[in-house]
Structure formats: structure tokens, C-alpha cells
Design a protein. Structure first.
Ligand code: PLP
Length: 392
């Protein structure tokens, strides 16, 4: 078979386009807000990770503009060589304080944090242990490491214990999403930490969806459980609550020292541009000062969850502002997404292989800046479309 035969044979997306059900790469003509403009039309945005609603915040935007004025548009190199600015270092200190760790280092995306951290820590004689539903960037990080990879059933502590007990290596790293990105449930961190300690394993929490959402003032899932001291590595991304792009890892000073000299996705890639660094720094300040955002986010979550249940949607194990509504069939999930879009609501469909076949869902996520009226308006539409398609 020729190399490019697979290109010709890949028809999934074109089939969806032909059926008028293609839900990807939708072009947005406005800021990433509670409502957005698409094709000239107002749509309620329930598919964004902008949980605190900070991407269009005046202070965040001013900080980005000022950074461009002072430092220009890019760093033209890696953190390792010419790409470290004073604002990178200040941001790292701020993030370490935020999650109560000694030190932190920022990478250019969250994906690159997971690739770099996991591959640099897990060597030939180590094992990396992951939850089956961990984010793709974690799974890809395990592929880049030279160690053994073991998976356990989603949030199933007996399964984790079996894996730990049968591990043949001394070095063990457990990596989990703090808040799982598809189903919106929270890792059983108290049990994970306990098992890790019993089996001498190190714990890393990917808190992409936990920072800004969980814990005191949005300090994350480890803080929520009061387990920061027993979680060795805390990872976060800036592409969700922190209103920009980039990511970080925080830990003790020696571990961060090691990672900054070994992680290839840090060393062999350009550093975060000044505007992004300044945006994140301002977003952290706003998050800590405007505590109403976190409260409103959770209030909105409760309203949405209640209305979904009233309407008869199955929201699975979700307990956070990420709320999946189970649809079942892949095609039906695409139909639901398309019909909702036509009626003025933007949601994402999640189909196999991201979830098991027959378990397709639409994924709703809330923002602090959604008004109650918008949530009710969206829910009226969701209920109507859900009935029309026989989902509820
Ligand atoms: C759990 C999780 N980890 C890591 C990432 C990657 O983050 P980024 O978008 O910064 O590359 C994401 C984002 O999709 C995520 O949901």
C-alpha cells in the first residue's frame, strides 16, 4: 500500500460534510465569550474551556498589549537559550505560589508539558501508570517515555491497586486528570495518593480543567482535597481558565530543576510569547481578586445540571462545569450538535474513539459569565431538540 493511500481512504470527515453534520473547525467571528458570532449569527457558547470568562477581560487584554509594546511579539528561541524573559520567571514564581509548590516552569502548551515531563521522568527502568480515560497528551507522553506503560480502569481504585501490586519496576509514576476532560468527573485523589504512598509511587495531576475551577480561589484539585503536599507534580494549562495558551508544571525545586534541563519539548521549542505570558499573569491576578467568578461558575453549573436532569438527560458521573449529556449513537450526537447549532447553541460532540462506541455524548461546558437567562434559553432549546431527536 502506498504511503498516501490512507489519505484517499479517509472519508469520515467528508461523509459528515456531505450529510451536513460536520461539527469541526467552525469559524467564530467574535471573542470567545458566553455568546459568540458564527456566520453573522449569535450563538450561546457551551463548548468553550474559558471557564472564568477571562479571555476578553480588559485587564488581561491590557497586560497583553503592554507586553507586546515592551518585549515585541515573540522570543525567537527556546527558554533554554535566548527565550527567557523576566516575565517568564515572574509568572513561574506566581504559579508556584498559586498551587503551593516550591517551583514551576512554563512550557508553550499544556500538551508539551505532558510530553516533556512524562518522557523526562519515566526512564527505561520505570513504569508510568495512567487512567484509561486520561487526556491524549498524557497518553502521548507515555509513548515518548522509554518506560513501561500500564493502564487502569477509569477512576477504579481496585484496578489501580492491582496494577501497582503487579508492577515490576521500583520507579512508578501515576498520572491522572484532576478533572476528567470528557466526563467532567473528579479523580479519586484521596485513594490514589494513599495507594501511591503504599506502593512508593509518585503522583502527577494534570489539572488542565481543575485550575480556576476547583479548590480555594481556583487553586486546583489537589487543593480541593487538601492533598497538595502529597501530590508531587501539578500540571496546568493556560488554554482554559487562564485565558491564553501555554502550560506549566509545579513541584519541588529539585524536580523542576531536573525537568528544565531534560524535557525536550521545553528545550527544543520556542518559549511562550510575551503577550501570552502577560495575559496569564493578569488572569491569575483577576482570578484571585474577582472571587465571584468561581462562585458564579458553580452556580451556573448547578442550574444547568438541575435543568438537564429535569429534562431527562443522562449526565453520567459529571460533578463539575464540564457536563456531558449521553446521546449513545455517533450519528445522533452529530445530529444533535447540528440541530442545536441551527437553533443557536454551540456544543461539542464527543464520539468514538474518544469515548466507547455507543457512548457518544455532547459535551457542555459552562462559564462564569453565562447569565442565568442564557442558561435557561439554552436549556429550552436543548430540551426541545432532545425531544425532537428522541434523546429524552
Ligand atoms: C486534561 C488536559 N490536559 C492537557 C491538555 C493540553 O493542553 P493545551 O491545550 O494547553 O495543549 C488539555 C487540553 O485539551 C487537557 O484537556
Amino acid at each position: 500500500m502506498g504511503l498516501l493511500d490512507k489519505v484517499a481512504q479517509f472519508t469520515t470527515a467528508k461523509d459528515l460534510q456531505a450529510a451536513g453534520l460536520y461539527p469541526y473547525f467552525r469559524v467564530i467571528e467574535s471573542a470567545q465569550e458566553n455568546t459568540v458570532q458564527i456566520g453573522g449569527k449569535r450563538v450561546i457558547m457551551l463548548g468553550s474551556n474559558n471557564y472564568l470568562g477571562l479571555t476578553n477581560h480588559p485587564r488581561v487584554k491590557e497586560a497583553a498589549k503592554a507586553a507586546i509594546d515592551k518585549y515585541g511579539s515573540g522570543c525567537a528561541g527556546s527558554r533554554f537559550l535566548n527565550g527567557t524573559l523576566d516575565i517568564h520567571v515572574e509568572l513561574e514564581e506566581k504559579l508556584a505560589r498559586l498551587v503551593h509548590k516550591e517551583a514551576a516552569i512554563v512550557f508553550s502548551t499544556g500538551m508539551m508539558v505532558n510530553l516533556g515531563v512524562i518522557s523526562s521522568l519515566v526512564g527505561r527502568n520505570d513504569t508510568v501508570i495512567v487512567d484509561r480515560t486520561d487526556h491524549a497528551s498524557i497518553l502521548d507522553g507515555t509513548r515518548l517515555s522509554f518506560g513501561k506503560v500500564r493502564k487502569y480502569r477509569h477512576n477504579d481504585m481496585e484496578s489501580l491497586e492491582r496494577v501497582l501490586a503487579s508492577c515490576e519496576t521500583d520507579g512508578k509514576l501515576i498520572v491522572i486528570d484532576g478533572v476528567f476532560s470528557m466526563h467532567g468527573d473528579v479523580a479519586d485523589l484521596p485513594r490514589i495518593v494513599e495507594l501511591a504512598e503504599r506502593h512508593d509511587a509518585v503522583v502527577m495531576v494534570d489539572d488542565a480543567h481543575g485550575i480556576g475551577v476547583m479548590g480555594n480561589q481556583g487553586r486546583g484539585t489537589s487543593d480541593h482535597f487538601g492533598l497538595t503536599d502529597r501530590v508531587h507534580l501539578i500540571m496546568g494549562t493556560f488554554s482554559k481558565s487562564l485565558a491564553s495558551v501555554g502550560g506549566f508544571i509545579a513541584s519541588d525545586a529539585d524536580t523542576i530543576h531536573y525537568i528544565r534541563h531534560i524535557a525536550r519539548s521545553l528545550i527544543f521549542s520556542a518559549s511562550m510569547p510575551p503577550a501570552s505570558v502577560a495575559s496569564v499573569s493578569a488572569a491569575v491576578d483577576v482570578m484571585l481578586e474577582e472571587e465571584w467568578r468561581l462562585e458564579q461558575l458553580w452556580r451556573n453549573t448547578r442550574i444547568m445540571m438541575e435543568r438537564l436532569h429535569e429534562a431527562g438527560f443522562d449526565t453520567g458521573p459529571s460533578e463539575t462545569p464540564i457536563i456531558p449529556a449521553r446521546i449513545g449513537d455517533d450519528v445522533k450526537a452529530f445530529q444533535m450538535t447540528q440541530r442545536l447549532f441551527e437553533e443557536g447553541v454551540f456544543v461539542n460532540s464527543v464520539v468514538s474513539p474518544a469515548v466507547e462506541k455507543g457512548d457518544a455524548l455532547i459535551r457542555l461546558s459552562l462559564m462564569a459569565t453565562h447569565t442565568e437567562d442564557e442558561i435557561h434559553e439554552a436549556m429550552d432549546i436543548l430540551t426541545r431538540v432532545g425531544r425532537e431527536l428522541g434523546v429524552v
